[in-house]
Design a binder for this molecule. Structure first.
Ligand code: NOJ
Length: 601
């Protein structure tokens, strides 16, 4: 081959290769650069006056979200539903509940989001439907119904003896007897949420079509609910029983045969193929107890699983010390997959309350924001975190709206406390509704709200806004390498994030005392004096250099000059390197506070 032709062939091959190699930030991987924000639709903004949030309300607040710097919103289910589990019991997967609006409103929401560079991610409940879904109604109508096998129906072991000893996560047997057809149906959650039979190809096809249908309507992807429950042991073997009883008085058991079956991953891989074909992102509700387990959700042997499985391992820690955070970060750095950082959602008590000390509320709210917004990966914020909204449990039993909370009253008040109305202003109902809010507005809403915090430069809201803005312009913060700058410090988490020539130092005081800020890495110590603080909870200093101390729960983020030549800090952490660090730090053993198999709501 003539030389010029072979050179051209090499050039062509290179350009094909480079076109295939996707770096973070290419359009198809927008989610690597993004800050996600979960909206609990019932609680964000009500325009109708009925006391529950709606799509028109969300549209009216998009400018706020744009100003905050959010790139994607995850909407909790807004499909038609009897609302037994506030939308996680869907009766039609391809419509909008009139409570929240119409499909036209939804289309408008997508358009308005797009205008502001915000993507919409829907919460898709694959595992089950409402018992009011026409599929289930048809399924329970007769043993010979063509839809019978869309759900899991079985004979009991005997008179009044369900097919297995499996318990529902929401209490009692996971089997409900249907008198009309003389069989039991299976439900991992409430009895009004019968599990779909994912071994039936027709069910899979229907759900794939549903994903595509919403994809065509402009959604950017899905948060997949309860993916650990998709399949059950076909032989319905009993779960091993453990000593003691749970909060519902049911026997403790190892959920070996109806939770986290390995075969679930096959379904996730199938869904990923669809998502990749249609340019959709898949976020997974996956509570994991080890990094290896988390790894399995990203796929194995070259076959891709979820884009963004949320392991919730940091969020499951009872306390957040510098060492605990370090261990988690080091482990996450070993992932062959893009990390997700999140500390709260609509099922967990609000993080600022879980990690609060009753004294440093705002400071702790900022620390939590700093943790999720300065690490490599995709942060997912829960609405109101940016205001420092705390958990607000109902005071009286009659105010409880979550059935789980009513069951657990007064010891386990469950999830209402994390779902109270968004606090927009000091007006009646915090500006959330001009009617009666479906959950009581917290007592601090007069002082802790968007309007007040917007005007206060030291507010939690302005801290989040500034940090998100910093992150947006900083490849180092979003995707850079990680280096612990003082691994022995029990109080401060101090690390560098590096990308090309850009270096950022982050120091977070995880204690209630003022502490010295020290950089142990000798190669970096001299550069510390030339660091330029970009954001500090104590106020931005005038000149260069790092503060000598950090106030209780203080945070500082600083641009760090390049160390002298020859003393360069390693660039993006290599997996092997990070594995070594994680090994030295002892890895992340399932912590005593972490759940053994499933979240404890
Ligand atoms: C997980 C959701 O986050 C939770 O709110 C719901 O109750 C269960 N899945 C059942 O869908």
């Amino acid at each position: 081959m003539p030389a010029f032709l072979s050179a051209a062939a090499v050039l062509l091959a290179c350009s094909i290769l480079s076109a295939r190699v996707k770096t973070p930030g290419t359009p198809s991987e927008w989610w690597k650069k993004a800050v996600f924000y979960e909206i609990y639709v019932r609680s964000f903004q009500d325009m109708e006056g009925g006391g529950t949030g709606d799509l028109a309300g969300i549209i009216s607040r998009l400018d706020y979200l744009q100003d905050l710097g959010v790139d994607a919103i995850w909407l909790t289910p807004c499909f038609p539903s009897p609302q037994v589990d506030f939308g996680y019991d869907i009766s039609d997967f391809r419509a909008i509940d009139p409570l929240y609006g119409t499909l036209r409103d939804f289309d408008r929401l997508v358009r308005e989001c797009r205008r502001r560079g915000i993507r919409v991610v829907l919460d898709l409940v694959l595992n089950h439907t409402s018992d009011q879904h026409p599929w289930f109604k048809a399924s329970r109508a007769s043993r010979r119904s063509p839809k019978r096998d869309w759900y899991i129906w079985r004979d009991g072991k005997g008179e009044a003896d369900p097919p297995s000893n499996w318990c529902s996560l929401f209490g009692g047997s996971a089997w409900t007897f249907d008198h009309a057809t003389g069989q039991y149906y299976y439900h991992y959650f409430y009895q009004q949420q019968p599990d779909l039979n994912w071994r039936n190809p027709a069910v899979r096809r229907e759900m794939v079509d549903t994903m595509r249908w919403w994809g065509r309507r402009g959604v950017a992807g899905f948060r997949l609910d309860a993916v650990d429950n998709l399949l059950e042991d076909p032989a319905l073997r009993d779960n091993p029983v453990l000593p003691g009883k749970n909060a519902f008085g049911d026997p403790n058991m190892e959920t070996r045969h109806n939770y986290k079956l390995k075969e679930n991953h096959g379904i996730l891989r199938q869904l990923r193929q669809v998502a990749d074909q249609d340019g959709l992102v898949l976020v997974g509700e996956t509570y994991t107890t080890s990094i290896d387990e988390l790894q399995s959700y990203y796929g194995t042997n070259g076959r891709k699983g979820l884009h963004l499985p949320t392991g919730y391992m940091l969020a499951m820690e009872k306390t957040l010390t510098a060492d605990i955070c370090r261990r988690h970060i080091a482990e996450m750095e070993t992932l062959r997959g893009w990390p997700v950082w999140t500390l709260g959602n609509h099922d967990l008590p609000r993080a600022v309350t879980r990690y609060g000390d009753g004294v440093h509320h705002d400071a702790i709210a900022k620390v939590l924001g700093a943790l999720v917004l300065t690490l490599r990966g995709t942060p997912i914020l829960y609405y109101g975190e940016e205001l420092g909204m705390g958990n607000n449990d109902p005071r009286r039993k009659e105010d409880v709206r979550d059935s789980l909370g009513a069951l657990g009253w007064p010891n386990a008040k469950r999830r209402d406390g994390a779902r109270t109305p968004m606090q927009w202003d000091a007006g009646p109902a915090a500006g959330f509704t001009h009617g009666t809010p479906w959950l009581p507005v917290p007592a601090d809403a007069g002082l802790r709200n968007v309007e007040v915090e917007r005007k206060d430069p030291g507010s939690v809201l302005n801290f989040y806004r500034r940090l998100i803005a910093l992150r947006r312009e900083s490849p180092a913060l979003r995707e850079g390498g990680y280096q612990d700058l003082n691994p022995a410090d029990p109080h401060l988490l101090t690390f560098a994030r590096t990308h090309g020539d850009e270096r950022v130092l982050v120091a977070i005081n995880l204690s209630a005392e003022t502490r010295k800020l020290t950089v142990a890495a000798p190669a970096l110590a001299p550069a510390a004096s030339r660091a330029k603080v970009r954001l500090a909870t104590a106020g931005d200093p005038e000149g260069p250099g790092l503060p000598e101390t950090l106030e209780p729960y203080g945070v500082v983020v600083a641009a760090f000059p390049q160390p002298e030549r020859g003393k360069l800090v390693p660039g993006p952490t290599q997996y092997e390197d990070a594995r070594r660090i994680a090994g030295i730090l002892g890895g992340c053993p399932p912590s005593p506070s972490a759940p053994s198999a499933c979240p404890s709501w």
